[in-house]
Design a protein around this ligand. Structure first.
Ligand code: B12
Ligand code: SF4
Length: 462
């Protein structure tokens, strides 16, 4: 019998879209907590729901009560609420962690959860578990970093927990406790490259308005490059992936760190192809791109978001359009593929701003570009600024933050046409020289999409 069961609400096989994408990674947060607690002798079991059926988790909960800890993010609200209900039916004490429950502690407590952990889970759980055993779930005053309900049902928010200063002091994620090999195999089968995720830092100090800082705040803490390289060495030995994904928020944020890491990997004779995410303004040196290429970076994702400086400034992105243009071209010069993330519908965006985005992507010619219609995540600057214009017609328990709409904003159909305009224009520019006839057809399609936007422009979301 373990002291703690850890799980999450992401069931890959329940989601057709996710099954098509098939790029699963384990939730590192749970693996970090498991490793930390087990080092101190706590018995931890992980039920990794990714490849499981929901009923299997419910059957496990039926085996008997204890403490269950569940990771939450905004996509998994509904399955998590189901798991919480099942756990309560079988008498479990339920602890939630991750960005979503930190944003809605009151709602989750009212839905049956006993404790919400806000921020990093390792040290909080180490203190919370004995407190739960000794005092139960309603007398947890003094355990920092949690929200709970006292004996009278009042929601009590304890002070914030101090963040872990030295990330090298915590053990590496407990990948051995889950079927990590299955993730690698799924990747290899579907994409030809087995992949493993790891992180070298926690938190991001930038203030992009739509981005959730619910877990790490605005801190930025790095692991040493020696410890990170040692973990990569272990991953290669244990799981033989063909690539890794550095899931850091901004992989090239510290150039001295990057150069040190690259040197250490070279010393260890470790060159593993990888993809990662960064910001254009942290890539503005040939030496950075050369280093990434030498280390094995085959694709870099850039949060480009908009080609309009006015919109970028409104987002508090802190990046110039020219930097995105330079960074994408420079990455390609070094043989690194570029992926661009773009966002439609940020407040204030006009047709000219969309035109500027189309123009930027056309000039950048990334290998991949992905668009999203902006949605306000709870407690972000975007959410707070949008205020009463944030609306939803679903009850909280049935919705996610992605269901929030902004009153008066254009309809989904409008942004679908914007996608068509963008994709056709970018493709036309790409094939212009080899196939001018096809390029002309593409350009005509882009024009039609732009015109169709005017036709649906009055059709608003709410
Ligand atoms: C990698 C990543 C992904 C990956 C893979 C996820 C994975 N399995 O690894 C992919 C690309 C698939 C992805 C997708 C999405 N992501 Co994402 N992702 C991340 C990212 C960059 C890193 C996650 C990570 O490994 N963190 C490192 C670990 C150590 O931190 P952690 O998970 O938070 O865990 C700590 C604490 O939260 C806590 N904790 C965690 N679990 C538990 C459980 C218990 C019981 C306790 C007590 C504590 C606890 O302790 C942990 C250790 O200290 C984060 C940003 C970030 N820096 O965390 C965004 C982030 C989690 N993603 C986010 C979003 C919005 C998404 C998408 C919705 C995007 C989209 N529009 O489609 C999708 C949703 C996917 C899905 N179906 O669930 C948001 C979540 C916001 C929110 N309120 O939920 C984040 C925070 C980004 C942001 N800054 O806005 N994502
Ligand atoms: S979007 Fe990226 S750079 Fe901006 S605050 Fe979030 S993690 Fe940092």
């Amino acid at each position: 019998m373990s002291d703690l069961l850890l799980t999450h609400g992401y069931f890959l096989f329940e989601d057709e879209k996710e099954m098509q994408i098939m790029r699963p990674y384990p939730t590192l947060g749970l693996l970090y907590i498991s490793a930390y607690l087990r080092r101190d002798g706590v018995g931890v079991e992980i039920f990794d729901s990714t490849f499981a059926q929901r009923q299997q988790l419910i059957d496990r909960l039926a085996e008997g009560p204890g403490v269950v800890g569940i990771y939450t993010n905004l996509m998994t609200r509904r399955p998590v609420l189901d798991v919480v209900a099942a756990a309560k039916r079988y008498g479990w004490t339920v602890v939630l962690g991750g960005p979503e429950s930190a944003n809605y502690p009151g709602e989750y407590l009212m839905s049956g959860a006993d404790v919400i952990v806000v921020g990093e889970g390792e040290t909080t759980m180490a203190e919370l578990l004995p407190a739960l055993t000794a005092r139960g779930p309603h007398d947890l005053h003094g355990v920092t970093g949690i929200v709970f309900r006292d004996g009278e049902g009042r929601v009590i928010t304890n002070p914030e927990r101090t963040k872990i200063a030295d990330l090298d002091s915590i053990p590496w994620p407990d990948r051995g406790r889950i079927d990590q090999a299955r993730y690698v195999d799924v990747w290899r089968e579907k994409h030809g490259m087995g992949s493993v995720n790891m992180i070298t830092a926690r938190g991001c100090p930038y203030k992009c308005n739509w981005c959730s800082h619910a877990v790490f705040g605005y801190t930025h803490r790095r692991r040493s490059f020696l410890d990170s390289a040692a973990e990569l060495g272990h991953i290669v030995e244990a799981y033989r992936p063909d690539q890794v994904w550095y899931a850091d928020d901004v992989f090239t944020i510290s150039h001295p760190w990057l150069f040190g890491y690259a040197k250490e990997l070279k010393r260890r004779n470790l060159r593993v192809p990888f993809e990662t995410i960064s910001r254009a303004d942290r890539m503005m040196k040939d030496e950075v791109l050369q280093t990434l290429a030498d280390m094995g970076c085959y694709r870099i994702w850039i949060g480009s978001e908009s080609g309009s400086q006015r919109i970028l400034d409104g987002m508090q992105r802190g990046v110039k359009v020219e930097q995105v243009l330079w960074a994408t071209h420079a990455a390609k010069r070094y043989g690194i593929q570029v992926g661009m993330f773009l966002m439609w519908g940020y407040p204030g965006e006009q047709i000219d701003d969309i035109a500027a985005t189309v123009d930027l992507v056309r000039k950048c010619q990334p290998d991949i570009h992905l668009t999203t219609v902006a949605y306000p995540i709870k407690n972000t600057g975007f959410f707070l600024k949008a205020g009463e214009s944030v609306v939803t017609d679903k009850p909280w328990a049935q919705a996610t933050d992605r269901d929030y709409r902004i009153k008066g904003r254009h309809s989904r159909a409008y942004y679908k046409q914007a996608d068509s305009w963008l994709n056709n224009e970018v493709e036309a520019a790409r094939i212009e020289e080899q196939n001018p006839a096809e390029a002309a057809l593409r350009r005509a399609a882009a024009m039609r999409a732009r015109e169709a936007m005017s036709a649906v422009s009055l059709d608003t979301e709410a």
